[in-house]
Design a protein around this ligand. Structure first.
Ligand SMILES: Cc1ncc(COP(=O)(O)O)c(C=O)c1O
Length: 372
């Protein structure tokens, strides 16, 4: 029998997974809706209007929670980005996005044949993306093409450094240039409160399995009313079906889980400041060991942190398990989620841990450094 006990038996540090960790109630829902198409028992042709389970209420609540005008479920953040790009861009149209973007941003733009302009970060060691760099890139697009880009995307928090970028400022800039603004909130929505319209977003994409504590895959695409007809246009032959969504998107148990999760998510975002404090405390303690430095904006404003750890690499040179020692030493202490063999740098996330667990995590690294 297949088995996975990572969340039950370990502190899992994998940043990809900490925001998607499920609770017992969600696991019960997942079991109830495990059969194929089980959310479709009472479907009358439109997924987001199903009343039992209450998907229509979920969508209304998501709209309010995210401060947007309309929303649909998608299969993930990437599908949301693709839907927006496919609706707004023709081959050759210019799109602007940050250099810290997820690879799926690039691929989505590639797949619609857009001309890609990347906004450079300020580089090592903070890799921050500034509004000024967006302005420069907009100007470059205007100079080269004679018009502003057709779409701008910002990765609210990126998956490499955990940098939280000033979305409001970039939203205002987009308005100034008349550029539709797509905010990728995969690493923010569901962890922290994200108010799309307040940030100037025309489109907001979220990832359920990354940020809403549910099994995958499921995402949210929210828009302002201005874009509803364009992005959610209906089929000429199948009047109830929205073309860009290929009719129905997240027709799985993940959707039922999102219904169960939302009240819990609304509560958990209130604890965001504490989550940031835990991450900052952890970084400070780790840097205090010497030979460890946080890369990215400082102090970190997110639970995903990237550490350069030359001291751990030094240890690996003489350890009989070579680079794998770190993985096994952590495992012995009930910690997992780093890549086996990796010692010179790594990313981790403290999201959802209690203070005692974060302290245990630091003590584990402290022991490993001091005992080696
Ligand atoms: C910043 C960012 N955006 C988007 C994604 C993709 O999310 P999804 O799996 O929901 O498409 C990821 C996944 O790692 C990510 O880090």
């Amino acid at each position: 029998m297949l088995e996975r006990l990572r969340e039950e038996c370990y502190l899992n540090l994998n940043p990809l997974q900490t925001g998607g960790r499920t609770n017992a109630e969600i696991r019960k829902t997942a079991l109830q809706f495990v059969d194929g198409y089980s959310v479709c028992d009472y479907c009358q042709g439109v997924l987001h209007l199903i009343e039992k389970p209450p998907i229509c209420n979920l969508v209304k609540e998501l709209v309010e929670f995210l401060d947007m005008d309309e929303a649909r479920l998608t299969l993930g953040a990437r599908e949301g980005k693709f839907i927006v790009m496919h609706s707004l861009l023709l081959p050759g149209d210019a799109i602007v996005f940050d250099a810290n973007r997820h690879y799926t941003t690039y691929i989505a733009a590639e797949s619609v044949g857009a001309k890609i302009y990347e906004v450079e970060s300020i580089g090592y060691p903070s890799f921050e993306i500034t509004p000024e760099a967006y302005r420069k890139t907009f100007e470059r697009v205007i100079k080269e093409t004679g018009a502003p880009p057709k779409l701008a995307l910002l990765t609210h928090v990126d998956g490499d450094y955990g940098n939280l970028t000033d979305a409001k400022c970039i939203g205002e800039l987009c308005k100034e240039y008349g550029v539709p603004f797509l905010l990728n909130a995969a690493y923010t929505a569901g962890r922290m409160g994200v108010k799309g319209k307040e940030l100037g977003a025309d489109f907001l994409v979220c990832s359920g399995h990354k940020g809403f504590g549910v099994p995958g895959t499921i995402g949210i695409l929210a828009t302002t009313s201005k874009w509803v007809e364009k992005v959610f246009r209906r089929s000429s032959l199948y009047d109830k079906k929205e073309v860009e969504l290929l009719g129905c998107t997240a027709r799985s148990g993940s959707l039922a889980c999102l219904i169960t999760a939302l009240p819990y998510i609304k509560e958990r975002v209130k604890g965001w400041d504490e989550e940031v404090k835990k991450a900052q405390w952890f970084v400070e303690q780790m840097e205090g060991l010497g030979g460890i430095t946080q890369i990215g904006a400082r102090p970190t404003q997110h639970d995903l942190v990237r550490l350069e750890t030359p001291i751990l690499r030094e240890i690996s040179k003489t350890h009989r398990k070579k680079g794998y020692y770190l993985y096994y030493e952590l495992e012995k202490r009930g910690i997992t989620g780093l890549k086996p063999g990796q010692t010179d740098w790594f990313k981790l996330s403290t999201y959802g841990f209690t203070w005692d667990q974060v302290k245990h995590l630091f003590t584990a690294f402290e022991e490993i450094v001091k005992e080696s």
